[in-house]
Design a protein around this ligand. Structure first.
Ligand SMILES: [Zn+2]
Length: 187
């Protein structure tokens, strides 16, 4: 093999590698863009539904330059398993806005705990998550509620900080271990 042929082969290989890497980066970015649980309005009944896009498939398809979205899960399945997945247009239009993570973060932003009055700054996703206070006065973590019920629950429940949720849970489940000392009334 002469030198010219070696140079041409090297250039072809290098170009192929660059194209492969660019496609891989595109696919990975698409995967991260579409992963995670989302809340959409189901076009069939106009009510909230919780869905997840098949982010792996979306990333792979985009890497091959043939973008294609499809759902991986939906809270209305299996009843609506054969639907046309028209809700995907909402996700394509604003992928960030319908992420449950975004919706929860925005709801807690600027709110104060309904029990102690402390400001709830940022949602700590891994540790001290804030909770909710239901109309009966019981606290519950928002992620223990069905995702599609969150819009309704956010309109009827109040925000509660992690400390107050833990204290309320302890008082509710182990009253024998807790001494309850309410704040003295103000004079
Ligand atoms: Zn509190």
């Amino acid at each position: 093999m002469n030198v010219l042929a070696q140079v041409v082969l090297t250039l072809v290989a290098a170009t192929g590698l660059v194209l492969f890497l660019l496609a891989a980066i595109k696919g990975i970015r698409t995967y991260f863009k579409y992963r995670g649980k989302r809340l959409i309005v189901c076009p069939e009944n106009r009510l909230p539904a919780a869905v997840e896009v098949d982010a792996l498939r979306a990333g792979y398809a985009d890497a091959k330059d043939s973008p294609h979205l499809q759902l991986h899960t939906c809270s209305r399945w299996p009843e609506m398993r054969a639907c046309g997945q028209e809700c995907l247009s909402q996700i394509e239009h604003s992928p960030e806005d319908c992420l449950v993570r975004t919706i929860v973060t925005r709801w807690y932003a600027g709110k104060v705990c309904a029990v102690c009055g402390k400001a709830i700054h940022e949602v700590d996703w891994l540790g001290h998550k804030p909770a909710l206070l239901d109309p009966e006065g019981k606290t519950v973590y928002w992620d223990n509620i069905q995702t599609e019920k969150l819009p309704e629950v956010f309109s009827t429940h109040a925000p509660v900080c992690w400390d107050c949720h833990i204290a309320a849970t302890l008082l509710r489940e182990h009253p024998d271990l807790v001494t309850y000392r309410p704040w003295p009334p103000r004079t």
